[in-house]
Structure formats: C-alpha cells, structure tokens
Design a protein around this ligand. Structure first.
Ligand code: PEP
Ligand code: MG
Length: 889
C-alpha cells in the first residue's frame, strides 16, 4: 500500500524526491541525533495526487491522524487541548529549494480557549496573544485567501493609535484586540469564521501548502530555475518551538562558511526574541552570530558543534535555521547552502584541501555558469565618487541601472529595454518578478540571509542588502542617503554586490580579477583564495576532459585572446566577417561586375586583404588548427538596403533629376538577387558552385598565407570548411576546386600546402546522409545554429523575440533550442551523423561550432555524443573547458 506520511525518524537525505529537500534533511538530522523538534512529512506524492485530482489521496487524513497521535503521546500534550496545547508548524518543502515561494503556517492549534492555556503555561500572556495573532493573520491570508494588506493595515492602525513604533511595543491587551479585529476581517472578507477546530486548521493548512505549488510566484521561480512543474511539494508538520519567549530565546540562520566569499568559519545572523520568519523577512535588523556567543555561550558552542557535524556529514557548505527556546537549542532546517559563484570556487578548493572531498568532486561543485559570472566586469572604484551608502555584500557583481521602487515598475521598464535596480526596504516573495527583471537588488533592511539576499544569490543577481543608512520611501518613490542626496525613481545608481556599496550615477567598469588571471596570469584581486581556486578547477578540468576546446574567431586579436583563454585552435573562422566595413565596396564591385574581367579585378582586390587576415590568424594560432569556413551568407547581405535605394532613386526623379547611375545599377542587382527566404536560398556551398571565382579567391588567400607563414618559420595548420552542404555531390565539386587551387599555390610557392577539407553539418539532409558525405569530408563540424533552424523550421533571426517566451510559458521547451541543444530532435541528428560518419571514415574528426559549443548543458551532450571538440566564442572558452571536464567525470 502506498504510504503518504513518514515520521522524521523514518527518512533520510536520499529520499528528497519523496520527502522534499527540507523533509529529507530534517530526517537526516534526526538520524544524526541532532536536536530536531519531532514531526512528520506528508510526501510529494500526496501533493501530486492533490494537484491531479483536486483532493487529497484517500486515507491521507487517517495516516496523518496516526502520526499526530504518536507526536502527541511523545509530547504528553494534545493538539488543541485547552491547557498547555501542542502547537504545530506546517511548512512546504519541495525537492529543490524554492526559498519563500510557497506557504508556511505557524502556531496551528491555537483557538479562543487554548490561547489562555498557552499564556498560563508560558507565563507570558503577550507571547500567547502574539502567537495567536500570527496564526490568524497567516491562516487568514494563505489559507482563506484574505488579502494580506487588510491585516497589515489593521496592525498599522493599531500601532498608530497606541503610539507604538513597532510590534514589540504592543501589549497583550492590544494583541488580543487585534486578534478580534483580524477575526472580524476574516468573517467579512472570506464569508466564514476563522476555524476554531485545530484539526480543521491542520487539514486546511496542509491543503494550502499543496496548492501553493501552483501559486504564481512558485511557477515563475520554477521557470526561471528550470525546476520541473510536476514534482509537487512535501509538507512538514512539526512541533512548534518558540524563539519569542523572552530574552533567553531567539532565532537565527547560519552557514558553515561565508556564502558570499567562501571564507571559512561560522557565519550568520541572529535575532533575539524572534521567530524564524522575522529573520528571513528582514523586518528587524539582525545581529551577527558572534553576538550570540556573548549572549548565550552554551547554545553558541552547541550550535558550532552541530554545524561541524553537519558539514563533515554533508561534506559541503550547509546552512541551517535554528531557534533557541528558553536556552534550549533546536535545529529547524538544514541543506547544502546556496552560494555565490566566488564562494562556490573557494569552498570547493578549501574542502579539497581539507581532504573532505577529492579534486574531482571539487570540480563537480562548480559550474560553467558560475565561472562566466566571475568573468563579468566589476566597478572601477578609483573612478567613482564616494559611495552613497554601504550595505552588506550579499551577491557579487557590478550593476548600473535606473532606481525603481516596486516590482511592477521594474518589470515595466525592463520590458521597454531599460536597465533597472530594484530598491526596497526589504523584499518579499511577491517581488520576484521585479527581482528577475532588475540588474540588481538593493534593500535597506535585512541581513545576508534575508529573502532578497537568498533569492538574488540563487539567481546570480547583484545584491546589496541591509543598507541601513538609506531611507527608502517606496510611496514617494525615492531614497535619501546620509549626505542628503535624494535619488528619485529613474535616476541612475551603481550597485557593487562584491563590496556592498551603492553609488549615485554610473560607475565605469573594469575587468574582473578572474578575467585578468585568465588573460595574463595575474593573481591580484578577487576574494581571498578565488584565483587559486579557479586555477585549480580549470587545471583539473583540463586533465580529465576528453573534449578539446577551440574558439570561433575571425581576427588575430580574437584568436590571440582565445589562445590565452586556453583554446586549442580555431573551430570556426567566418570569412564573410572579413568582407565588412570598407571592403563591402569590393564585394559590391564583384557582384555588379558585368563580365569575367570585371569580376576578376574585384576578386583580385580582395585577395591580398584576405591573405593578410589569414597570415595574422595563423600567426596567433601558430601550431594549432584553424578551421576556415568559405563564404556562407547570401550575397545581397553585402548590398545596400532595397527600400533605401528605391527611395533615393524616387526622390531624385521627383526632383526632376536623373538618378545616380550607380544607384540604379545597384537596385537592379538587389532586385535580381532578392530572395523571399534568403537563409534557405543562394548561400553556403551553393554560392561557391554558382558564383565563379569566389571560392578560388578565398582558397588562394588561405594557401598563399599558409605558404608565407611556412617560409617565415611558422607552423600554420589550416582546415578548409564548406558550409551548408546537403548532398555529397555539392561537396565533391567544391572540393575539386579547392584542391586545384591548393595544388596551384603549392606549385607556385614551392611550399606543399596541405589542408584537410571538411564540411559543416547544418542541414538535416546532411546529417541523414553523413555516411555518404564522409566519403568526401575529412572532418565534420556541426553548425547547430542552422541545424536547429532547419530541423525545427524556426527562423533563427525572428522566432526568439516573436514567440519563444510564450513557448517557454506553455512548457513546449524548457530552454530556447538556440541556446541549449534540443537533445531529442537536433541531438538525434547529431548522433546519427557521428555514427554514420565514423562508420564510413573511422578517423573523421568531429566538432561543433554553433553557439551551443559554449553552452554548459550542450557541452555535456557533445561529450556523450563522442565529438572531438567544441568551438565557441573566446569568452566562453574557459566555461567550455570547465564543463568538458565536468562532463568527463
Ligand atoms: C551554425 O549554423 O551553427 C554556424 C556556426 O554557422 P553560422 O552561425 O555562421 O550560420
Ligand atoms: Mg550556419
């Protein structure tokens, strides 16, 4: 029989799929003998049944009642008993952490009678009414659907009437009255009273947590984090412990190492006389954990011990939530903690050095996206004025944007293409859309473990939090700095999440320490230990990876940079990029040439220019392969715009003047060459076969550059690549031409010019006939941009802006197939081509040079598909090296 409920003592951390991350880790802590308040977990499977059918699975409440009875008898108290009632927390917990995105309901079990019992047994009447107030408020908004603003307004009105600056100044009588007001509110808004039956409270709370899986912000978060929609959440029901029971109580959040920089040593925030949600909500400013050592040395020492146990057990950075109830420490949650990119590298290296993990495991603990983040520029503070304010460096990086004061405005402006910084006193889960839209998040309250900090870190977004000196006035849409500077909505601010500073106006950017290291080996700057950690990870990746990494580059400068970044050659040199700028005129002349003589003249002018380009590139990549692709795009891309020309001619005629003869000639050519679907028209190999002399000129330029470099003592290695081949015959004819010219130049120069000739695989037909094509090709390179375009029938220039966000919303795919390889479709063609190509020619070299070559997930696919190399833009080269290493583990 299927079970839907597990006691904490029955599970372990391997059961996260069933018990959710929180439930599995609570079970693991219970197993380790750590002080976890007892409780049980309702499984994700029960949630899935609920989401599918709209009702909980049959028998669920019977199981819950059984567990509850056990909990009650162990506690010696019953839920809802009038004197000394047992109270419960009901918390969500999915397989993957979704901080603050789903519901939590605390203090379940209080009613009009048991609130008095709680007051009596705790000896604290204010505490009892405050707990009841919290329950009615949370239950009213999350379970009964009453707008939370109603409760907040009632609370604010009461504080104002009582002249109380915050909740702590409201006494038991005030809070009891507030409970009355809240209950009235619920009756009015929800049309039914707040339930007085604790079991009804429990059931409805569990259902509300299930339903919150499909809440708007949870769905948005999942889409952003690529968490599948069908997992469901578990529900953890646990005995309440109280951090708000007086000065020897409190709640906190702690990390075994600093999640922002990776620095070793216990780290966190503590809030005396508070419940856990007060810490995360950033409502009051917390004190550093070291303060707890002074306040309660015994609990602090225990906490240290438990955290040490956890880190050694999980062999990774752990974060925890804890509560101290009248001097007794309770562990409420743990998990392997989220961290910044800087911290990920530093911690992985530290743990390896401490012998807790191997170097290979250290490599699995970091990823290409994190490395890419470390390569982003940082602020050049030497060029900045003094900061407006300091805050906590919660999530590193540099961001510049217009200050906005609510989530909706952030979304609106970002959609219009503006860069924005979301400024709030503190964020709540409702701010998620704005946080996603913003370049950075800035808050005036809350610690490094506040909602803003946790979510921003998870998203890799710049964040400074707890900038207390800033007076943020969301109503007036501005903030004021201590020096009196007022920043109104729309004014530019710069936010440095690495040091926790906010500047007025834009601050110039400079290269990050990691880029400087990758570029020239400089080990200066960055978080302590960061450069060493990055160097270690890359060195390990280079040792274990099977995939070679090349770069897409078409200038000597790019080639040289790519080489410094670790590229072992060029996988794609797009020669048409050499026809831009001034040279466009020469291409134009070639297209317009009326006869062979004119055409040869134009091509003759292009030849020395191309040769010079290749000499520079061969020099930069001396001794490494350079794959040069013959011209690919439709020729009219080199001609002026048709409408512009037509307008110019019409304007001249309207003035009664004769149109410029060059213009009319050009317009004729443009009209002649116009294609409705140019990407499926005269381009790629087709150009070489149709336009005389073009390929010969390019090959001659390559071969002469090769000969010249060889004579100069260099070791050029050129590979000639033919684009957009669909049939072996196309390649055969083109190849004959290529070899004819290579032989000619060899003869003329006296240098044997030997260049392998291969093809791109970027049409489904090429993939499906790869065995034939391999008879003529010495290498393949998958052009996955075109292969994706032609496999899906998606125009790569149009669809992403036109409708991809709708496709992502509808779940047709989880990521754009132009960014991450579509394994099922395009990937299948890749596998077929690899298999059939190698069957025909066992030594066939195979790579990929579409954008996917630098995408982490795709790199893993290319590894398993058996490719020899990936080629990507120079800045992605370190990312690809790292991911190729991770793929090999
Ligand atoms: C490709 O199609 O993947 C490719 C690399 O060529 P281009 O992007 O130049 O069409
Ligand atoms: Mg292409």
């Amino acid at each position: 029989m299927v079970r839907y409920v597990y006691d904490f003592a029955e599970g372990d951390r391997s059961m996260a799929g069933l018990l959710g991350g929180k439930g599995a880790n609570l079970a693991e802590m219970t197993r380790l003998g750590l002080p976890v308040p007892p409780g049980f977990t309702v499984t994700t499977e029960a949630c899935r049944v609920f989401l599918d059918t709209g009702g909980e699975p049959p028998g669920l409440w019977r199981e819950v009642s059984g567990r509850l009875a056990a909990l009650e008898s162990a506690a010696g108290r019953r839920l809802g008993q009038p004197e000394d009632p047992l109270l419960l927390s009901v918390r969500s917990g999915a397989r993957f952490s979704m901080p603050g995105m789903m519901e939590t309901i605390l203090d379940i079990g209080l009613d009009d009678e048991s609130v008095h019992g709680l007051a009596e047994v705790s000896g604290d009447e204010r505490f009892a009414w405050d707990s009841y107030r919290r329950l009615v408020q949370m239950f009213g908004s999350t379970v009964m659907g009453v707008d939370s603003a109603h409760f907040e307004r009632a609370l604010a009105a009461l504080k104002e009437a009582r002249g109380a600056p915050d909740d702590v100044h409201l006494d038991a009588g005030d809070l009891a009255r507030l409970v009355g007001t809240f209950k009235e509110l619920i009756r009015g808004e929800a049309g039914e009273p707040f339930p007085q039956s604790p079991t009804e409270q429990l059931r409805r709370a569990v259902r509300a947590v299930f339903a919150s899986w499909n809440g708007e912000r949870a769905r948005l978060y999942r889409r952003r984090e690529r968490i599948p929609d069908d997992l469901g959440t578990a529900v953890n029901v646990q005995r309440m412990v109280f951090g708000n029971l007086g000065s020897d109580s409190g709640s906190g959040v702690a990390f075994t190492r600093d999640p922002a920089t990776g620095r070793a040593g216990l780290y966190g925030d503590y809030l005396p006389v508070a419940q856990g949600e007060d810490v995360v909500a950033g409502i009051r400013n917390t004190v550093p954990l070291t303060e707890l050592e002074r306040l309660d040395p015994t609990s602090y020492a225990r906490l240290r011990g438990h955290m040490d146990t956890l880190e050694r057990h999980y062999r990774d950075l752990c974060d925890i939530e804890f509560t101290i109830e009248r001097g007794t420490l309770w562990m409420l949650q743990t998990r392997v903690g989220k961290r910044t990119a800087d911290a990920a590298f530093v911690i992985a290296a530290q743990l390896a050095e401490e012998g807790l993990i191997t170097s290979d495991e250290a490599l699995t603990r970091v990823c290409g996206d994190q490395l890419a983040r470390l390569m982003f520029p940082r602020f050049d503070t030497s060029a900045a004025s003094d900061p407006l304010a300091a805050g906590l460096p919660a999530s590193p990086g540099a961001a510049v944007g217009a200050a906005v004061f609510d989530s909706a405005e952030a979304v609106r402006r970002a959609a219009a293409g503006e860069k924005v910084v979301l400024v709030r006193q503190e964020t709540t889960p409702d701010d998620l859309p704005g946080m996603i839209a913003a370049q950075a998040v800035l808050t005036s309250r809350g610690g490094k473990t506040s909602h803003a900090a946790v979510v921003a870190r998870g998203m890799g977004k710049v964040c400074v939090c707890g900038a207390e000196e800033l007076a943020v006035d969301a109503e007036e849409r501005r903030f004021t700095a201590p020096d009196g500077t007022v920043v109104e909505e729309g004014m530019i601010v710069s936010v440095d999440g690495s040091i926790g500073a906010v500047y007025a106006g834009p601050v110039p950017l400079r290269d990050s320490a990691v880029i400087r290291f990758l570029e020239n080996g400089s080990a200066d700057g960055g978080a302590p230990g960061l450069i060493d950690a990055v160097a270690h990870a890359l060195a390990r990746a280079d040792t274990v990876r099977r995939l070679e990494v090349r770069a897409n580059a078409d200038t000597p400068e790019d080639a040289a940079r790519a080489r410094r970044f670790g590229a072992r050659g060029i996988g794609l040199c797009r020669t048409e990029h050499m026809f831009l700028g001034e040279r466009r005129r020469l291409v134009e002349a070639m297209i317009l040439a009326g006869d062979a003589t004119g055409r040869d003249k134009a091509l003759g002018a292009l030849l020395p220019l191309q040769r010079q380009d290749f000499i520079g590139i061969f020099e930069a990549m001396d001794g490494l392969p350079v794959t040069i692709r013959l011209i690919d795009p439709p020729l009219h891309e080199f001609l002026p715009d048709r409408t512009g020309l037509a307008v110019r001619i019409a304007a001249a005629e309207a003035r009664g003047a004769a149109p410029d003869s060059h213009d009319t000639e050009l317009l004729d050519a443009v009209n002649r060459m116009h294609e409705e679907n140019p990407m499926l028209g005269l381009r790629g190999v087709r150009l070489g076969l149709i336009v005389p002399g073009l390929v010969a000129m390019q090959v001659r330029a390559i071969a002469e550059a090769f000969a010249q470099r060889t004579k100069a003592g260099g070791s050029p290695e050129a590979e000639i690549m033919v684009p957009l081949v669909g049939a072996v015959e196309e390649l055969r004819i083109e190849r004959e031409e290529v070899e004819r010219v290579l032989a000619e130049v060899s003869q003329e120069s006296g240098v044997p010019v030997r260049c392998p000739v291969g093809t791109m695989i970027e049409l489904p037909r090429a993939a499906l006939t790869a065995g034939r094509i391999a008879e003529e090709a010495e290498f393949f390179s998958f052009g996955t941009n075109d292969l994706t375009q032609t496999t899906w029938g998606f125009s790569r220039d149009d669809v992403e802006a036109a409708f991809f966000s709708a496709y992502l919303d509808k779940g047709i795919f989880a990521a754009s197939p132009f960014e991450t390889i579509d394994r099922e479709g395009v990937g299948r063609l890749v596998r077929i081509a690899v298999e059939e190509g190698r069957a025909a020619r066992p030594d066939l070299k195979i790579g990929v040079c579409g954008e996917h070559g630098g995408d982490p997930d795709s790199v893993h696919f290319f590894h398993t598909a058996g490719l020899d190399y990936v080629s990507c833009s120079p800045f992605r080269v370190p990312v690809a090296r790292l991911e190729a290493g991770r793929a090999a583990l």
